[in-house]
Each structure stands twice: as C-alpha cells, then as structure tokens.
Design a binder for this molecule. Structure first.
Ligand code: ZN
Ligand code: ZN
Length: 313
C-alpha cells in the first residue's frame, strides 16, 4: 500500500482543486470522510450570508436575489436534471450551453458532475450504493455526501453522451469560474447603481451579499431537499423500489421537482407533475421555451404509466 501523502501536499492539492477540479486528488484516505480543507469555500458561502447584518436591506437587492433564485432553479431542474441527466427533451447546442452556464452559476458544480451523480442515484436509489439516500442519515443525504472525495469524483462512464462537448467539459473542470463572474458582476452592478440610481438604496456589497450569497445558499438548500426530504416526507402514488415521495410544498419551492415519486416511477418524462393539479413550473417553462422554438420533443408520460402500479394504501 502506498504511504499517505504528507499533510502539506494534501493541503496544497485541496486548494488547487478549488480552482481546477481536473487536478488529480491526493488519492489516499477514506473516500467517504469529509474533506474539510477542500470544502472551505462551501462553508465560506454560508458564513458570507451573515453579511446581511452589515450591508442592510433594499427591495432592489431582495428582488435581485429572488430573480436569481428563479432563473438558476429553472436551469438546475429543467437542464441539469431533466435535460442533461435524463434527456427528457431536445435542444440546440447554443441553448444547451447557455443553460449549462446559468446552471453552473448555482454553485452546484458543472453539468457533467451533476448528471453523473444523478444517474447513479436513479440506478441505485435507496440501496447501499446510493450516496445520498436518507437511509444513511439526513445530513449525509442533504449535503455530507458531496463534501467527500467520493462525492467530488465524476464517473465519466455514466455520461459518455455529454463528455463529447468540450464546452461542457470546460465548465465542469473550472466550475468556480461562472460563480465568481456572477459575484463580480453583481458587485459592479450595485456599485454603479449606487451612484447612477441612488433612489434604489443599493450598493456593491449589498447586491453581492443578497444576490449572490443569500440567493445561492437558499437555492442550494432547497435543491438538495429533493435528495433528503423527498425520500422521506410526502405520499407515494407509485410502488417504486425506492422511498421517493410526492410533496406539494417541495414541488412549489423546487419548481416541480417535489413530485419525486412520479419522477422515480417514470424518470424520462419532461413533466414531473402527472395530474393537472400537480403544479410543475419547470414544465410550464419548458413548454414556453418549446413555443419559442428553443427546445423540442418534450417527452410525455405514457398514458398507461400515469396510473399503473398504484401502491395499495
Ligand atoms: Zn430520488
Ligand atoms: Zn432524476
């Protein structure tokens, strides 16, 4: 067995990996233990939200945070999830790239990493191999799993259809780039508005804290409830092999992802709310994009599968 790398080299490697996820990890140690040094930026994102006590509040900063939550949630659910992970519709290469960039701004890493782990989840949902099943504990399923060397890794065999796009590989490798550009852009916008439109009551630091840090952290925790809470809380329309649930509140907050039992029953559909009353904002957004000709071939749920295999009460 090779001897473990010295501590200084492991520390240096972790810092290089903040910027370039293509760098080789230290390669030793427990793959399921949290890599505290590597996840310092993630902890820092949370702490930066405390900045609201210094920068104060303005409605402009608040609505910027809401708009960025909505745009990025749609990119995560519509594209990272339904398009990259499940191929539930078709689109052009420029639109694919544009929404990969918006998704990357969510600080949930690149589309290749996201899709590879998600496909793994569907193959092994709630078995021992599922890295974010709540059967292994709530916090592990919510966030602990991807703070580990195993979670950081991307299984390129699972995403052979996606790795052939160099622009996606680039976004994935330098996944810090888009978030940093967004943060800098917000700071610059706020600074300009402070002098150009002082009536808005905003400034650079305020727009950075609300638009980037607060919006990103709320977006993150809401997104990952689909791994943690959606396999625990809610009802089960279908007798899937996993613990997935339908939960209206989570579906509202995640723009349709909370119909998670539907989704595990038939993951290939662009639509996750199967019944007319199951609000699925992402699907409505995709329908609108289809009307504009930006996406096409939204895969429906086969009629027989909408009601089949109903779980006995
Ligand atoms: Zn699931
Ligand atoms: Zn899925």
């Amino acid at each position: 067995m090779p001897s473990p790398a010295p501590a200084w080299r492991r520390a240096l490697r972790a810092i290089v990996l903040w910027f370039d996820t293509g760098a080789a990890p230290a390669g030793d140690g427990d793959p399921d233990r949290i890599d505290w040094l590597r996840v310092l930026p993630f902890i820092g994102l949370h702490l930066a939200c405390l900045g609201v006590f210094w920068v104060g509040f303005s409605w402009f900063a608040f609505w910027t945070a809401v708009a960025l939550y909505a745009a990025r949630m749609f990119a995560i659910t519509g594209f990272y999830h339904r398009y990259f992970s499940h191929k539930a519709f078709r689109t052009s290469r420029p639109v694919q790239f544009a929404f990969a960039v918006v998704g990357a701004a969510s600080v949930q890493r690149g589309p290749l990493w996201w899709a590879a782990h998600h496909r793994h989840h569907h193959r092994h949902a709630d078995t021992d191999l599922d890295v974010h099943s709540p059967r292994h504990g709530f916090w592990r399923s919510h966030m602990g799993w991807f703070l580990t060397p195993r979670g950081f890794r991307t299984d390129f065999d699972a995403i052979k259809d996606l790795v052939r796009f160099p622009e996606l590989r680039l976004l994935d490798r330098f996944d810090i780039l888009v978030p940093v550009l967004l943060a800098m852009g917000l700071y610059a916008l706020g600074s300009w508005l402070e002098s150009a439109h002082p009536g808005l009551g905003t400034n650079g630091p305020q727009l950075l804290v609300w638009g980037f840090f607060v919006s990103t952290i709320v977006l993150f925790h809401v997104t990952v409830t689909i791994n943690s809470l959606s396999h625990r809380w809610g009802s089960r329309r279908f007798a899937t092999r996993d613990d997935s649930r339908n939960n209206a509140l989570l579906a509202l907050l995640t723009f349709g992802e909370g119909w998670h039992n539907n989704h595990h029953h038939y993951p290939g559909s662009a639509r996750q709310g199967f019944a007319w009353w199951e609000l699925d904002l992402t699907y409505l957004g995709l329908r609108a994009m289809a009307l504009l000709g930006l996406v096409s071939d939204l895969r429906p749920v086969p009629a027989a599968l909408r009601t089949a295999r109903r779980e006995a009460a």
